[in-house]
Structures are given as structure tokens and as C-alpha cells.
Write a protein that binds this ligand. Structure first.
Ligand code: NAD
Length: 357
């Protein structure tokens, strides 16, 4: 498996070093025959090449089996004509990574303000309320007068269908329950279409229970009783927001893992941003990117029918659970280790993990 790894901005380089150490250990233990190629994007690329991402980089990623993208300081990138392109959008759109899979759960030994839960947010990734990706040409935000701005939200049948199918397929291998989250009370046409298509797709999965909630109420239900949910399917921005909530409910945004998957490509990416407030301090939690990388290995296992990758993924997840229980973790989840120490300790722990199937 050939992986392109991009460290990213802010805390990206720190959490990437820790992730690489774990990945290299997994490579040795499970004989994955990995090649890891380091590349740059974001501020480093802007400085060097005049653009946060380049066509050359996309070529390399296209030729690889997977990408690990560190967090990007997207808010800094305001003008595409100056090379300030949002790298997340760039890869999600260019590689058609339409399903953003964001699991969140509570861990033994880690205090959470809510009841124990284990759920996955399945977020549409290629359209919705994201002005930089919902137009064929141009941008979905318009300044009508200096005092009037319009942002457009695009919802299409094709994107609704494929994200719904991803969610129901995932639910089939879990607790067989899909919750559709929408705002069809206000966005009657667009979210009306989303919810109808999700219910239509549900008919292909009679073994999966389905229900639906309006997004604002869903935020309350997630805090009140997250244990009632299994797979949550929703549009782009709602998924982005709710998954930060579920990550924090699990203990920390530093646990927010995600994989962006399409038919032929996948990208591991922590759900959080570049966290400039803690960058360079060696205190960022690397589990978000490490667990995202495990999700990428799992994706590759299914795609290429290579069970050793699924075993490596499962072992990394189990090692992380054990590390949390032993408090070999960063301060955000109750430990006193630095980012790089957490990576080294986890890599070491991986050698002693036994998976009993
Ligand atoms: P953020 O997600 O970077 O940080 C929010 C809070 O969570 C901060 O207090 C931060 O310190 C904390 N946090 C985040 N990751 C952590 C980790 N691994 N360990 C411990 N604590 C962690 O959100 P923000 O500050 O609003 O955004 C910063 C930048 O990141 C902005 O430029 C934004 O556009 C960008 N961003 C990028 C992505 C991405 O690359 N996928 C996602 C979200 C935000």
C-alpha cells in the first residue's frame, strides 16, 4: 500500500510525527509492505510553490492507495486566485471522496459528561452548504452589495443517494439503526429531497431500523441520550458540526477521527482543525490522526481484500483504548504525556496487542 502523508499546518507536524511512528510499527508487525511518501500542502506549499496544493501533488495522490492529510489552517486561505485553496475541499472534490465517516464513542477509563455511546456520523462531503465546492465553476457565495451577502447550498439526488447507501451499508455491520438528520421544516425543498431519498434507500435495507430528527433537536438528543444512536446520516455542514459535538462528548476533539472515502480513493483526516492555540507546544492529542489512519487501513483492507490491514487497524484501535485506560495520553484526556511521547508509547504497545477474534 502506497500512502502519501501531508503533515499540515498548526499542530499537524506534531500529530503527524506521532502517527507515522505508529504506522511504521504497524507496518513491521503486520507486514503491510507500506510505502510512505511525505508531501506538503497548506502554508508550507503556499510559501514554496505559491499555492496550498498543486496539480503535481494531486497526481501523486491519485497514483497512491491512500492519503493522510494533516489539519489545515483553512481560515487563512481566503483567495483561490492567490493560490489559497482549501486543501480539504481540493482532495474531497478532486478524488470524489463523498463519504466522510466520523466515528465517536466513549472509552473505559475516560470520563464523559454523557451516557456511554458508540456511533458514527456519516456526512456528505462534496456539496451542501460549502460554497467552495458546490458549483461547477465559480463559488457559491455572492456579495450582492457591500451590505448583502448570499451563500448557496446545493443538494443533488446523486449525492443524497450515495451517502444514504454508505450509511445503510455501514449500519448493516453495526447495530442496524440509521438516523436521518435534516432541516426539512425550513429547507423544505432541498432537505425534503434529502430525507425522501434516504427513506427510499432505506427500503433496500429492511433489516435496518430508520428514524429521522431535525438537526437542532438532534444536537439536544445527542447530549441527552447519545446511546440511542448508531449511524447518523446527514448533509455536509450539519455533519461537520454534529461530529465535533460527538467527538467532544466522547472526551475530546483530540479523539475526532475520520476517513473521507470514495469509490477509488480514501483520505485519513482528523475531524478537527490546525488548533493554532496549542501548536508547537507538544500537547496536541495525536489519537485523532492515528485513529483516522486506522480507518484508512480498514478501508484499504475491504477494497483490496487484504485482512492484515483490517487486523492492523483493529490493533491500533485496541492499543488506543488500552492507552486511554492506562492514562498514557495527552492532557486533554487526563494524561500527562506529550504528543510525541503518546505516539512512541502507542507504537510500543502495538507490539504486545493480541486480537482475539
Ligand atoms: P480547531 O478544531 O483547530 O480547534 C478547536 C479547539 O479544539 C481548540 O481549543 C483546539 O486547541 C482544540 N483541539 C483541536 N485539535 C486538538 C487535538 N488534537 N488535541 C487537543 N486539542 C485539540 O478549530 P479552530 O480553532 O476553529 O480552527 C483552527 C483552524 O483550523 C482554522 O483555520 C480552521 O479553518 C481550520 N480547520 C481545518 C480543518 C481541517 O483541516 N480538516 C477542520 C476544522 C478547522
Amino acid at each position: 500500500m502506497k500512502i502519501v502523508m501531508i503533515a499540515g499546518d498548526g499542530i499537524g507536524p506534531e500529530i503527524s510525527v506521532a502517527t507515522k511512528e505508529v504506522l511504521e510499527a504497524a507496518n513491521k508487525i503486520f507486514k503491510l509492505n507500506l510505502t510512505i511518501e511525505d508531501e506538503i500542502a497548506g502554508h508550507e506549499s503556499l510559501k514554496k510553490y505559491g499555492s496550498t496544493v498543486t496539480a503535481e501533488l494531486l497526481k501523486k495522490v491519485n497514483a497512491a492507495d491512500g492519503l493522510i492529510l494533516g489539519p489545515m489552517s483553512t481560515y487563512d486561505f481566503k483567495d483561490e486566485s492567490k493560490g489559497e485553496i482549501n486543501p480539504s475541499k481540493f482532495f474531497r472534490k478532486s478524488l470524489d471522496l463523498y463519504a466522510n465517516i466520523r466515528p465517536a464513542k466513549t472509552y473505559p477509563g475516560l470520563k464523559s459528561p454523557v451516557h456511554d455511546f458508540d456511533l458514527v456520523v456519516v456526512r456528505e462531503n462534496t456539496e451542501g452548504f460549502y460554497a467552495d465546492r458546490n458549483m461547477e465553476e465559480g463559488n457559491g457565495e455572492i456579495l450582492v452589495t457591500p451590505d448583502v451577502a448570499i451563500s448557496l447550498r446545493r443538494i443533488t439526488r446523486q449525492c443524497c443517494e450515495r451517502i444514504a447507501r454508505s450509511a445503510f451499508e455501514l449500519a448493516r455491520s453495526r447495530k442496524k439503526h440509521v438516523t436521518i438528520v435534516h432541516k426539512a421544516n425550513v429547507l423544505k425543498i432541498a432537505d425534503g429531497m434529502f430525507i425522501k431519498i434516504c427513506h427510499d434507500v432505506a427500503k433496500e435495507f429492511p433489516e435496518v431500523k430508520v428514524d429521522d430528527f431535525i438537526v437542532d433537536a438532534m444536537a439536544a438528543h445527542l447530549v441527552r441520550a447519545p446511546q440511542n444512536f448508531d449511524v447518523i446520516v446527514t448533509t455536509n455542514m450539519f455533519g461537520d458540526i454534529l461530529s465535533d459535538l460527538t467527538a467532544e462528548l466522547s472526551g475530546s476533539l483530540g479523539l475526532a477521527a475520520s476517513v473521507n472515502a470514495g469509490l477509488n480513493h480514501a483520505m485519513a483526516q482528523a475531524a478537527h482543525g490546525s488548533a493554532p492555540d496549542i501548536a508547537g507546544k507538544n500537547i496536541a492529542n495525536p489519537f485523532s490522526l492515528i485513529l483516522s489512519t486506522a480507518l484508512l487501513l480498514e478501508w484499504h483492507s475491504h477494497r483490496s481484500n487484504k485482512p492484515e490491514f483490517a487486523l492492523a487497524a483493529k490493533s491500533i484501535m485496541l492499543a488506543a483504548e488500552q492507552a486511554i485506560l492506562a492514562q498514557n495520553v495527552t492532557a486533554d484526556i487526563g494524561g500527562n504525556l506529550g504528543t510525541t511521547q503518546v505516539g512512541s508509547a502507542l507504537a510500543k504497545r502495538l507490539y504486545s496487542i493480541e486480537i482475539l477474534d
